[in-house]
Ligand binder design. Structure first.
Ligand code: SAH
Length: 344
């Protein structure tokens, strides 16, 4: 199957020649190159892709997050203007579902401009198609490029898990060193440099910290705002290697096929919350995605949708509800963190 994806070799080739010239690269550099190559060239989502995200499972996910952000805007006293920012919007499904919930609120619609932070041209095209007809939509490579000011609403689903992590390994005698990836041309394989295979691993994503710093800066300025961050991750500092590759909905070797398969690391919610508190922002959560969605009324929403549905559709709605909320599915591994500034 993977052979049908010819572009996959581009990122791998770049990494291999870089390692040949400079020696082994950090895990963060490897991941950066692999992830950028992946989103630039692959169809990641859905049955034909490598993984399925919450907004692709059901419109109810976007409806709940849209209601959550709208509520924050109302509690802040309906300020104008509003920048509604999404980090890593994928196929644009989440934003489309959120905007549908927001549409009846005329004052909000008059105040809002939509900003999509996306560095894949391929996915930008998908987002443009999905949001055709929506006014005031702008694309940016980085959050720093979104014009500042006004009230800020930020949403990110499965964005931080795509950002590169540094890994450090315990090398014995109480010393730590950055973990590096080498390349063996004879075997045509990437490998972790100089390891016995039983080292303790510690992860830190400086890219995550940088984005969170920028989020906090925005929530502290203008008329404040709220950020809702949903991802696969942990909230207690821990040792462990969470680098994870998915190919066609199956786990794969993290160092295989860079750029040709999904590569993520678990998100450190403790770090996100720490940075928010350090900036004097109000932090809610993280709570499990299940708890978050159920508290917003997703079960009642499912019932409402099911009332007007055929028996087959009803089954699909209830299956989606379970996938999004059950502890054995996405309900507890995925977490939601809300950060606010400028209003109570
Ligand atoms: N939020 C979507 C997509 C998640 S996949 C969903 O839930 O379905 C990750 C998304 O982040 C993709 O759109 C990818 O292109 C984007 N992305 C990854 N790294 C990025 C970066 N450094 N800057 C901007 N966008 C990035």
């Amino acid at each position: 199957m993977a052979e049908k994806r010819p572009e996959r070799v581009a990122a791998a080739r770049r990494l291999a020649s870089r390692i040949r010239a400079e020696g082994p690269v950090t895990v963060a550099d490897f991941m950066q190159e692999a992830v950028a190559g992946y989103y630039a060239t692959q169809p990641p989502f859905g049955v034909a892709g490598d993984f399925t995200t919450a907004p692709e499972i059901s419109q109810m996910f976007g409806e709940m997050t849209g209601a959550f952000l709208l509520d924050a805007w109302m509690r802040a006293g309906r300020p104008s203007p509003v920048s509604l920012i999404e980090l890593g919007p994928g196929q644009g499904t989440l934003m489309a579902d959120m905007l549908r919930v927001m549409r009846p609120y005329a004052a909000f619609c008059r105040a809002v401009s939509v900003h999509l932070v996306e560095n894949s041209q391929r996915l930008r095209a998908a987002q443009r198609a999905k949001l055709a007809g929506v006014e005031n939509v702008f694309w940016h490579d980085r959050l720093q490029d979104v014009p500042p000011g006004g009230f800020t609403l930020i949403v990110a689903n499965e964005f931080f898990d795509a950002l590169p992590v540094h890994q450090f390994v315990h090398g014995g005698q109480g010393t730590w060193r950055a973990r590096r990836v080498g390349f063996d041309p004879a075997a045509d394989k990437f490998f972790f440099d100089g390891e016995r295979g039983d080292e303790k691993v510690f992860e830190l994503s400086l890219a995550t910290l940088s984005v969170m710093e920028e989020i906090c800066r925005r929530l502290r300025s203008g008329t404040g705002g709220t950020a809702l961050l949903v991802d696969y991750g942990y909230d207690v500092l821990a040792f462990g290697d969470t680098l994870q590759a998915l190919s066609r909905h199956r786990f794969a070797d993290a160092l295989d096929n860079p750029g040709g398969q999904d590569l993520t690391a678990h998100v450190d919610f403790g770090l996100l919350a720490f940075e928010a508190r350090r900036n004097g922002l109000r932090v809610q959560g993280p709570v499990g995605q299940g708890e978050f969605l159920l508290s917003l009324g997703i079960a009642q929403r499912a019932e409402m949708l099911a009332q007007h549905a055929t028996p087959v559709q009803r089954q699909e709605i209830m299956t989606a509800l379970r996938r999004l909320t059950a502890p054995s599915e996405m309900g507890t591994l995925f977490k939601a963190l809300a950060v606010s500034g400028g209003f109570e």
